[in-house]
Design a protein around this ligand. Structure first.
Ligand code: MTE
Length: 337
């Protein structure tokens, strides 16, 4: 294992992470290298369940190259970041297996170039986007967001992307567009989890997700094409994935090939698998527990050795209530979980 302990202290979340610290950290991680023995026992869970691994174990396999991206920096966020090595080695991407280290180990051969994204349904101008052209033509922004998994672990990730609303407006949604449905690539040849119900955690593929149109058009909702200054690693959903920071991580569908604007609430993968556990809304809410565990607190995966993490309180709407609570005014959030 090459990721060494770099002091046991965690930078408090309230502390500003200056750019120098960010860059320093990046060069330290680079110096440590990304290859090493994982040595972790694989756990095969049907259903989202935290296997209690701290993350940060480097994948054994060589990682697919990532391209540097041009972007404007996020100067607003004052969060201490989860190190890049942990962001890219502690993943959920069941198409590549159900243990946290499976995606980094099994996804490196996913062919992400060329990649097209179809936008269809209730739009005046349906069309097909070349995702690599989109990356070149868009003014990409860095967004440093908290990421709270429904399994009660969390990270802070510097994403790069563009607002989903900006993208959707190009296709002119009609007045009948009430929801947005998303679909991941379906390619069992490339995605072993799609070939076996056991390996793929029992999900009916392709993985699908959805948002209400006002959630999709909200300025915090982004289509991410990168993290830590470079294009997305395959395990994090290359080349394009959804990020909705006030919702549980499973809403953040990866490697998207289709967006369809629709009139009715679309089906979503985890809700289909266990509707009493995973709702359509999936807003982070410390007051509404998962039937099998509390959502009041979370294990923050930050600096420190691979197994180090700190317990912290979970924030309503993951800390983005000021910006998004009005979307749900008058709604019973216990009923619409
Ligand atoms: N998208 C697809 N296609 N398949 C998946 O299994 N897992 C989801 C989400 N998007 C998943 C997915 C879950 S449960 C989480 S927590 C996040 O991706 C994890 O994102 P990360 O690995 O980049 O942290």
């Amino acid at each position: 294992m090459l990721i060494k302990k770099r002091g046991s202290h965690l930078i408090p979340e309230s502390q500003v992470t200056p750019e120098t610290v960010y860059l320093n950290r990046r060069s330290i991680l680079k110096g440590l290298g990304m290859a090493g023995a994982s040595g972790l026992a694989a756990s095969s869970q049907a259903g989202i369940f935290d296997n209690l691994l701290g993350g940060g174990e480097a994948a054994e396999v060589p990682q697919a190259p990532r391209k540097p991206l041009q972007y404007t920096q996020d100067k607003a966020a004052d969060l201490s970041l989860t190190p890049e090595a942990k962001v890219i080695n502690h993943n959920n991407f069941y198409e590549f297996g159900t243990s946290k280290t499976d995606p980094a180990e099994n996804s490196q051969h996913l062919k992400t170039q060329p990649w097209t994204l179809t936008v269809e349904g209730e739009v005046e101008n349906p069309g097909v986007v070349d995702v690599w052209e989109l990356m070149q033509q868009s003014s990409l922004e860095e967004r440093i967001y908290r990421m709270r998994c429904v399994e009660a672990w969390s990270m802070v990730i510097p994403w790069l992307g563009l607002e989903l609303g900006t993208l959707l407006k190009k296709f002119k949604p009609t007045s009948r567009a009430k929801y947005v449905a998303f679909e991941t690539l379906y390619d069992p040849k490339q995605m072993p989890g799609q070939r076996s119900r056991h390996f793929g955690g029992g999900i009916d593929y392709p993985y699908v997700e959805g948002l209400r149109i006002d959630e999709a058009m909200h300025p915090l909702t982004i289509m991410a094409v990168g993290l830590y200054g470079k294009t997305l690693p395959t395990q994090n959903g290359a080349p394009i994935r959804l990020v909705v920071p006030w919702k549980y991580g499973f809403k953040g569908i990866k490697s998207i090939v289709k967006i369809r604007l629709v009139e009715k609430m679309p089906p979503t993968s985890w809700n289909r698998l266990a509707s009493h556990e995973y709702g359509f809304y999936a807003n982070v809410n410390p007051e509404v527990d998962h039937p099998r565990w509390s959502q009041a607190s979370e294990r923050f995966i930050g600096e420190g050795g691979p197994f180090s993490s700190t317990r912290q309180k979970t924030l309503m709407f993951n800390g983005y209530g000021e910006q998004v609570a009005s979307l749900y005014s008058g709604m019973d959030l216990k009923k619409y979980y």
